[in-house]
Design a binder for this molecule. Structure first.
Ligand SMILES: Nc1ncnc2c1ncn2[C@@H]1O[C@H](COP(=O)(O)OP(=O)(O)O)[C@@H](O)[C@H]1O
Ligand SMILES: [Mg+2]
Length: 253
């Protein structure tokens, strides 16, 4: 295959994952396939327990024992790498390091001078320049999650993976974080995969919304969202998509 034909984005092809222990096997993913164009946003929605986090961990390389393949720019991925940044639901900051220290801790392969410059650049991008020397316990939930996003981006990954990053935030902070995430994406254009159980968040952000089903733990539906950004949550088109996705949720209720 000529290099021109290599898909530049991220693919998940026929991924199945089973957790086994002494007593039983749990099939957590069954034959999951998806394709995310380079520089686009895919949002994965589904009920609790349907395998969303497992799928994200497979893409992140945090799970390595599975069937199927994950590729980025045509190369098969196994194991974690700097090409993918991850943001979890909890900020997972080290309490004994400052904000700046937490981000620098994740940063690999630079001189101390370059490191500091890079960290400050990403702190600025998430609007936390003034909090560089604060410690995690001094931050609000939204601020802590911004630190986590800066940490996820600081190695300048091609792909940013987010697992319900705003799930623990209050509704207004969540909307603000969605708007900021959109601005960051527009500025940096990483390929993004975000897991969420917030349907509006998925429609607000995603170029595609992937609905996972809880019965057989696989993909039930993929919708592309072509509404221009920033999207109006009150528009009839937004409401129609919301209704369509919500209907999928209750098929196996
Ligand atoms: N390490 C594990 N061992 C066994 N079962 C697991 C493990 N991790 C997740 N599971 C099971 O896999 C299913 C999917 O989990 P998860 O991917 O966390 O779902 P979601 O993120 O959609 O809520 C759940 O039934 C969960 O109990
Ligand atoms: Mg989860």
């Amino acid at each position: 295959m000529s290099s021109r034909n290599v898909f530049a984005g991220l693919t998940v092809d026929g991924v199945s994952k089973t957790f086994r222990n002494a007593k039983k096997s749990v099939h957590v993913l069954r034959d999951v396939s998806l394709k995310v164009e380079a520089g686009s946003i895919a949002c994965i929605v589904g009920k609790s327990g349907c395998g969303k986090s497992t799928l994200l961990r497979v893409i992140a390389g945090l799970e390595t024992d599975y069937d199927g393949t994950v590729t980025l720019s045509g190369s098969v991925l196994r194991g974690p790498g700097r090409d993918r940044g991850v943001v979890f639901q909890e900020p997972r900051l080290l309490p004994w390091l400052s904000v700046e220290g937490n981000i620098a801790f994740a940063l690999q392969g630079l001189t101390p001078f370059e490191k500091r410059r890079r960290v400050l650049r990403y702190l600025k991008k998430v609007g936390l320049t003034k909090s560089a020397r604060s410690y995690p316990h001094q931050l609000s939930g939204g601020m802590a999650q911004r630190v986590a996003i800066a940490r996820g981006l600081v190695n300048q990954p091609k792909v940013l993976l987010l697992d319900e990053p705003f799930g623990a935030l209050d509704a207004l902070t969540r909307i603000q974080m969605q708007q900021e995430t959109l601005r960051l994406w527009e500025a940096l254009r990483p390929t993004m995969v975000m897991v969420t159980h917030d349907i509006d968040e998925a429609i607000f952000l995603g170029d595609q919304v992937i609905v996972m089903s809880a019965g057989p733990k696989t993909i039930r539906k993929k919708l592309s969202v072509t509404l221009p950004r920033p999207r109006d949550r009150n528009s009839p088109e937004f409401a129609a998509l919301r209704r369509e996705i919500l209907a999928e949720f209750f098929v196996d209720a």
